[in-house]
Design a protein around this ligand. Structure first.
Ligand SMILES: [Zn+2]
Length: 545
């Protein structure tokens, strides 16, 4: 066997780190090819080549996921696994970016960069290995590969592992979306019974300098909610005759940014308040007209609440924001009239608020062929390779052009990517069994290694586990689908495959710090010596379900 000792697993991780696989670039496919080639050398895949598959991931350039089945004996029980091989970019390493994919060299040199005290201390301890992907999550990939080799050689083991190695996790998660369809297909093809989904993401600090080790029994969800704003345009020489799009956007920022009403609390865990990711108006060139329209979108973390709850909250923010904007403009009009003594024509606007689906339905009444018109428009826009969010706003803008309703308005929409939240429900026997497997594993780690592992309900860093279960399928279909204009068009969510898999999820992996920063690092002895043993205990316990 070639990946079983601490040194071998560490070397495999370094080899994986050495492969540039930055998310959403053409380089990602290199990691998929490496994993496929390496697994092909195992005796098991020489004997069962059809169990190791490339899955094509749609996109503008070649992208692949790798799905590997390892089947022993007659049992149907199948543990699904997932891990991502893409990483965030490397530019943050500045003058050392040529070394960040060579962990030994990078660790030797990183002392040249300015380091925060915790990173400096860890560097001096000699216990950490620095580099892009050393934590998030090349060692997790290596662990899945180690387990495929280990169990395929374990004469006692009976059961199935079905592991997906995917890219694009740091961007739109399209790798796992393609992989779960293949997984669902293979579940049918080989008549498998999925029992749980295991991710090997590293544990993320819950607060600065948090050094705890974690097992996560779920993952936080993410919704991207946006506001399309149509103001009332005017010439700058008549500034009181309109309502500036920027004013409405500014009020949305004031009412939405870090708004604690959007936080959910489950047990001791709380979602983070929303923060905006992008805001712009749609004016491309300078002129003296105020901008006609614009948009802003927000990242929302979710634990339990459905897209409907968030749509209602966003609609309330939209209403408040556009009303405040209009009241402000009316007040200034009144004041200006008093000061200037000019015979101003009173401003008379009808500000409106819509969900995307309501605005779409209203316009469809005027244009019964709206779906065809939108499809045509998408075909044209796809050639421009627009970002999914920009494409979404272009479609809303187009509907606005078609509509005879020119009132100032805010349209609330959802845009990709969508990550369903997933958590375990003790009242369901198969979920309870996973909680028990986790409890037993935590006790084992304490007894054998004197390591304390904390059980948390949600992995807060967003991960691929979102696509192995669908908690509130009905609500999602009813409220997400009609309010996400590109869903089913340029963005697809294999909701049927996800609903078919629908297993309890769990995450356990290596320990490190500062994912997505140039100080990303992994704690070597724990991650390459202790974690492999604890992980095998967890897998053993999961198969007892
Ligand atoms: Zn990750």
């Amino acid at each position: 066997m070639k990946w079983q000792t601490k040194e071998e697993l560490l070397q495999l991780t370094k080899d994986l780190v050495g492969i540039n696989s930055i998310s959403a670039t053409e380089s990602e496919v290199n990691a998929a090819k490496f994993i496929y080639e390496q697994l092909s050398t195992l005796d098991y895949y020489k004997e069962n080549p059809e169990h190791l598959r490339f899955v094509e991931v749609p996109g503008a350039y070649e992208r692949k996921a790798v799905v590997a089945l390892m089947s022993k004996g007659k049992k149907k029980d199948t543990l699904l696994g997932v891990g991502h091989f893409d990483t965030v970019g490397i530019d943050d390493a500045g003058i050392l970016k040529d070394y960040i994919l060579d962990p030994d060299e990078y660790t030797k040199r990183i002392g040249q960069l300015p380091l925060d005290p915790a990173s400096r201390k860890d560097l001096e301890s000699g216990e950490y290995l620095f580099g892009r992907g050393t934590m998030d999550m090349k060692p997790g990939i290596a662990l899945h590969m180690q387990n495929l080799e280990y169990y395929s050689n374990d004469a006692e083991f009976e059961g199935n592992l079905l592991i997906s190695f995917v890219g694009d996790e740091e961007t739109n998660s399209e790798g796992v979306l393609a992989a779960v369809e293949e997984v669902a297909k293979m579940v049918d093809e080989y008549d498998l019974t999925p029992i749980a989904a295991l991710d090997t993401e590293p544990d993320f600090a819950s607060y600065p300098n948090d050094d705890n080790k974690y097992i996560y029994l779920g993952t936080v969800g993410k919704l991207l909610a946006g506001y399309y704003v149509l103001g009332k345009e005017t010439h700058v020489g008549e500034s009181l005759a309109g309502m500036n799009t920027h004013l409405v956007l500014a009020n949305i920022v004031k009412n939405m940014e870090l708004n604690m009403d959007f936080c959910e609390k489950v047990g001791k865990e709380v979602t983070l308040p929303p923060t905006s990711l992008k805001m712009e108006d749609h004016k491309r060139l300078y002129n003296v007209q105020t901008p006609l329209s614009g948009h802003i979108y927000y990242n929302l973390q979710t634990f339990k609440d459905s897209p409907k709850v968030y749509m209602d909250k966003c609609l309330a923010v939209a209403k408040k924001s556009i009303e405040e904007s209009y009241e402000y403009v009316l007040e200034v009009n009144k004041e200006f009239k008093e000061v200037s003594k000019l015979p101003l024509v009173p401003l008379d606007l009808t500000p409106q608020v819509y969900s995307y689906s309501d605005f779409y339905e209203e316009t469809k009444k005027e244009h019964p062929n709206l779906d065809d018109l939108l499809a045509e428009r998408i075909t044209k826009l796809v050639d421009l390779r627009l970002d999914e969010r920009d494409l979404t706003c272009e479609l809303i803008q187009y509907i606005q052009e078609l509509s005879s309703n020119k009132n100032p308005k805010v349209v609330v929409f959802f845009a990709p990517p969508y990550y369903p939240h997933v958590s375990l429900d003790e009242t369901k026997p198969n979920h309870k069994a996973v909680i028990e497997a986790s409890n037993k594993t935590i006790a084992f780690a304490k007894e054998k290694f004197d390591v304390d592992i904390i059980q948390a309900k949600y992995f807060q860093g967003l991960c691929d586990l979102s696509y192995f279960a669908l908690e509130d399928a009905e609500d999602v279909l009813k409220y997400l689908t009609p309010n996400m204009p590109t869903l089913g068009k340029t963005y697809s969510l294999p909701l049927d495959a996800i609903a078919k898999i629908d297993v309890p999820v769990i995450n356990y992996g290596p320990h490190g710090r500062d994912p997505h920063k140039y100080t990303e690092r992994v704690l070597v002895d724990y991650s390459f010596e202790t974690v492999p043993v604890v992980l095998k205990e967890l897998i053993r316990n999961l198969f007892l379900i």
